[in-house]
Design a protein around this ligand. Structure first.
Ligand SMILES: [Zn+2]
Length: 219
């Protein structure tokens, strides 16, 4: 009996048994190794409102901040919405299929390790880059978000748009010039270093002409 206690004490400081105990202390991780299935989205349409009833069940399973997934969905679906209790409510008519597709896209981008395919990951930040760290295999990869069509059109200027602009330069004719995405925006009557709202009056390829305005930015 005494001898057995001695063995147990030796085991206690053995690295493998310490590791084993650490694993037992987080059973959730082990469970995920065995089976990872995102709960199927339960989607209800109520007039012009769409309710994702088991939203929190999904974020629990993904082990992600509900607000993080919500903001992703709102941007991708182009609809306003919020979390109410355990549900997410979108103020637009959205099909169950699109919600499901976007959750899959989120999972591939922000949850699944591309090395081992397991979901036991966490997001960390290195300088300005988000990194997905795998707790199962130790792999690390930068998170690259696939640009949606919506994001691309967001960078396209149209006449009548009102933008916030910093005048960073002065053109040949003395007009203030600023950058908006890949546009050069020329605003007469402005000075270098000023932050203004500018209304786009004319666009020629990647050069836009604008006038200062006090109106609120539309972009
Ligand atoms: Zn991995």
């Amino acid at each position: 009996m005494i001898a057995r206690i001695g063995v147990n004490m030796a085991e206690e400081f053995d690295y493998a048994s310490l590791l084993n105990r650490a694993k037992i202390a987080c059973p959730e991780t082990i469970e995920n190794h065995e089976r990872f299935e995102i709960p199927e989205p339960e989607v209800l349409q109520e007039g012009k409102i769409t309710v994702l009833r088991n939203f929190i069940d999904i974020t629990d399973k993904l082990r992600r901040d509900p607000q993080h997934l919500l903001q992703f969905l709102l941007k991708e679906l182009g609809a306003p919405g919020n979390v109410e209790g355990r549900r997410a409510v979108f103020k637009a008519k959205i099909s169950a299929q699109s919600i499901n597709d976007k959750i899959q896209m989120y999972t591939e981008t922000y949850v699944i390790c591309s090395e081992c395919g397991l979901p036991d990951t966490k997001i960390s930040r290195e300088d300005r880059t988000l990194v997905l760290e795998c707790e199962a295999c130790g792999a690390r990869r930068p998170i690259t978000v696939r640009k949606s069509v919506r994001a691309d059109t967001a960078n396209t200027l149209r006449e009548g748009d009102i933008i916030e602009l910093t005048i960073t330069d002065v053109g040949k004719k003395g007009d203030g010039v600023g950058k908006f995405y890949d546009y050069l925006v020329v605003v007469p009557g402005t000075i270098k270093g000023s932050n203004i709202h500018a209304k786009i009056t004319k666009i020629s390829a990647k050069t836009a002409f604008a006038v200062p305005t006090t109106e609120a930015a539309t972009r």
